[in-house]
Write a new protein. Sequence first.
Lengths: 395, 395
Amino acid sequence: MKTPLSDTLKRLVGQGVDAIDTPALVVDLDAMRRNLSRMADFARKHDIRWRPHAKMHKSSALAKLQMQAGAVGVCVQKTAEAEAMVAGGVYNVYISNEVIAPHKLARVAALAHAVAAENGQLAIAVDSMEGVTLLAQAMNDHRAAKGGAAAVIDVFVEIDVGQGRCGVTPGRAAVALAHEIRKHAALRFAGLQAYHGRAQHLRGAQERREAIAMVVQDVLYTRKLVEAEGIPVELITGAGTGSLVLEAASGAFGELQAGSFMFMDADYARNERDPAQPQFEHALFVKTQVISSGVQHAVCDAGHKSHAIDSGLPRVHALEGEAELEYFNGGDEHGILKPVAGSTRLPPIGRTLWLIPGHCDPTVNLHDAMVGVAGGLKAGKVERIIRVDARGALT
Amino acid sequence: MKTPLSDTLKRLVGQGVDAIDTPALVVDLDAMRRNLSRMADFARKHDIRWRPHAKMHKSSALAKLQMQAGAVGVCVQKTAEAEAMVAGGVYNVYISNEVIAPHKLARVAALAHAVAAENGQLAIAVDSMEGVTLLAQAMNDHRAAKGGAAAVIDVFVEIDVGQGRCGVTPGRAAVALAHEIRKHAALRFAGLQAYHGRAQHLRGAQERREAIAMVVQDVLYTRKLVEAEGIPVELITGAGTGSLVLEAASGAFGELQAGSFMFMDADYARNERDPAQPQFEHALFVKTQVISSGVQHAVCDAGHKSHAIDSGLPRVHALEGEAELEYFNGGDEHGILKPVAGSTRLPPIGRTLWLIPGHCDPTVNLHDAMVGVAGGLKAGKVERIIRVDARGALT
């Protein structure tokens, strides 16, 4: 269910950044648009489709912005996220994850029919025979109950290319699933899902190259086996912001799922950049205020209820002329700030600070809305409020 | 702004636990009520007030349940949390934190007058002269603008008793703040705020005893200095679930702020229990489902968008006859499950599992509602849906 945007938030539009209450999630729209344009250029140059992961921004408005820039649609991880996207007018959605519960699959089937009615397309991943059977059953049940035109859902077979999470072992198991999918008229075998999440965060560019080289071996081997059975593998989809240049150059992947490039975060910034990778900028910030000041530290009002710390603490983003500070864990509601080595400057009570979250996806998920600012964090104005449609969309 | 409860959630009431979609935050109401009753008994026995921290459950319904059981009111950390409590009919609220922004203090002043009209009382903490001056200004401005009866806000001086976060150094600085508070007719010096957050999670009972002994020294010393100026210190308030037996036995503290005892979490369960502490039970669970199964692991649909991992990963709560499993980090949307040493049993696709979150407070904050179950997790029924009124109440 959507949380209504508060009047306080709506009234912010047109006001200066100073008017934004803290803590708040703020998007530097200029930086975000540059990131988007860099990604679109990159995909064009490599003649590859891109389908950004909307689990990151969870916003149908940003999904549409991405599609206007050339994305073919979006990925999501959850049925409820797909529902939020479709409700927001995004009709090309891929649930790049396994769904097993029959009541959830009934929702998937309803969505597949809803987007088909809008000339859109729903896709989903599977990694088990049960998953295929239950999905086909749900599609048939929906048709039997509701009548109307039959929709077909695109089904990708997920192979585990090193993440050690979902996905079948590359090779024969994928062939068996492709055969199984093709037995059902309501399902279309669409290709292979191959995402290596951990490879995104390998720090060295060479390490990532080695990891993705093995991913590419796995997908080529699996594709070969599937195609040897006379089943075409139309598309191999995967990649994240950390490795996208490698999948794009591989010749094997036809679609990039990277999502974080839009906002970037402190964790991705710790990667050694591959020279071929577009220079994405930080575009997501938590605005915070100093509420207490000790002798050797200050305390701000943003703790880990306002930003996720699974991939490390946020970095303090010093604006021009401001003291460099380090953020230490202050618990759920507070951040502890200390000067970096060689400095003793501490911000006074009342001072505004900007944090770069450690990990953008779960940070966005903590907020009902993002405040979109144009003209910079120092003197910019609020241009729009971006609703996080799929915040808390867990099921 | 409140998120409306979905019809899907409302329809759950009266149904069996099997009907709860995953992932979902589930409260074992029987265990919760036993925890509440143990806390009420403990406070009665020690003749001490209790004011549980509602930053944990963020629910006005649970706050009222606590007050029915004997709590004098609740604590919160944020103005927006206080607003959510008051909107839900909880009129005795203490913002145990510093508020500095004038527009937030205007909201605090409005709340102070709103609860006074309901024969309630608002309280707040300060640790700076600016904080006192700005608060008094906001109270006066509110009165000047709105007229009506003048409300008085209770003001606690926060001292830093070892947490290294907010609070003045114990001693003279607190005396100066007490004097300053007493200059303003709209403020009442209510006593000292003294909370040692880190001490709650010291694993050994003896370590916690040593830490709280120093806390008690600090508060007694500060109280002595304040009272030497002829200013009575009516109340010293603090303590958490990890240390409450120590503050209760100290003779110095008059009020306990512990909140987690209601739900408990995996992190608090790692503490060596003080023999004097009531035996609180786990009452908060994430219901999850196995969606993928590998050779040596299974994957469930609950990652750290459904439970906070700042205090460690969740524990798998095996029901009677179920395999013991260990939860490993699978990212934002997945959990990886492996058998514990000596076992090879893995749960099949579709199986329901129950997780005990590492840290209850930020876990609750990820959910719009908690599903309250009576009769146990195996065969119980949904008794009520508990709205998380202050979810995302950051400002």
